[in-house]
Design a binder for this molecule. Structure first.
Ligand code: PBE
Length: 268
């Protein structure tokens, strides 16, 4: 292989779990003989999606609920077959689930939620004065704040957008009292946050998957085959642990990914 194998361009979104998964993909692709590069923290969901469709990326980690509620919103996608068909129309493929669901949820500090008697999202209706900070992407997405507010009839007006990786510090300092959580965030337990029940079932399942260009199957079949080993390889609890190593123990994402691949598949 004169050029050193096919080129595989991996992307990730601007949050820790996406970077860890992007690193796993990059390292697995290298193991399978590719020249792989990782554009880490490239941007938000739309940026990654557009880069993939334009052919600037070959693969990135995505979530099924995000495909349904944001990227392909408006199309009838009753099941996974319909979802795969809609993606095929865009020249894209989707892996099976990596094994875990990373859903949006709303969270508050446990003690404060207890004091105010807030267990469910609908309980927020009685507390219009809460200071709210949502991740920037959540402020605008199809499944985000405007849709959630309408679905529950929520009255909060003091709502600002912020970087998700900074939201927990804002919760800790008291600058904000309510934020959107990603359910595999290690900070939920570490900061003692209460996850409010989504009693109107606004949020769908967000199973983690790999989204890749269909042409990768002909250009780099060994890479696509190797990436399939990641399917079903992670439970939600395991993903929380990997996020904890990166976010709470400050281990670089590449090391977290490498250790996982070593432990799970013996890849070094
Ligand atoms: N998620 C939940 C979102 C952000 C929070 C991981 C499904 C996403 O990146 O699409």
């Amino acid at each position: 292989e004169g050029g050193g194998g096919p080129q595989v361009r991996v992307g990730s979104k601007k949050f820790t779990e996406s970077v860890i998964l992007g690193e796993m993909v990059t390292q697995v692709a290298e193991q399978a003989g590719a020249r792989a590069s990782h554009r880490r923290e490239l941007g938000g969901t739309t940026v990654l999606w557009e880069a993939l469709r334009r052919g600037e990326l070959d693969v990135y980690p995505e979530y099924t609920g995000t495909l349904r509620q944001e990227l392909l919103v408006g199309r009838a996608l009753p099941d996974d077959d319909a979802l795969r068909k809609a993606l095929a129309d865009e020249g894209l493929r989707m892996s099976a689930s990596l094994g875990f669901n990373n859903t949006y949820a709303l969270g508050m500090k446990e003690a404060e939620a207890e004091r105010l008697g807030i267990r469910r999202i609908s309980d927020l209706k009685a507390h219009p004065e809460l200071r709210v900070g949502f991740s920037n992407e959540f402020m605008q997405r199809g499944d985000g704040w405007p849709a959630l507010r309408d679905a529950y009839g929520l009255p909060q007006r003091d709502v600002r957008g912020l970087d998700h990786d900074l939201a927990y510090r804002g919760m800790e300092s008291g600058a904000i009292q309510l934020t959107d959580l990603y359910s595999t965030d290690a900070e939920i337990a570490a900061y003692g946050l209460r996850v409010l029940e989504d009693d109107r079932h606004h949020f769908p399942a967000y199973d983690a998957v790999l989204l890749y260009r269909a042409d990768l199957e002909t250009r780099a079949p060994r890479v696509v085959q190797a990436l399939r080993r990641l399917e079903g390889s992670l439970t939600e609890a395991e993903m929380v642990q990997l996020n904890a190593r990166a976010r709470l123990e400050h281990v670089p994402e590449a090391r977290v990914a490498a250790d996982f691949l070593q432990a799970s598949f013996g890849l070094t």
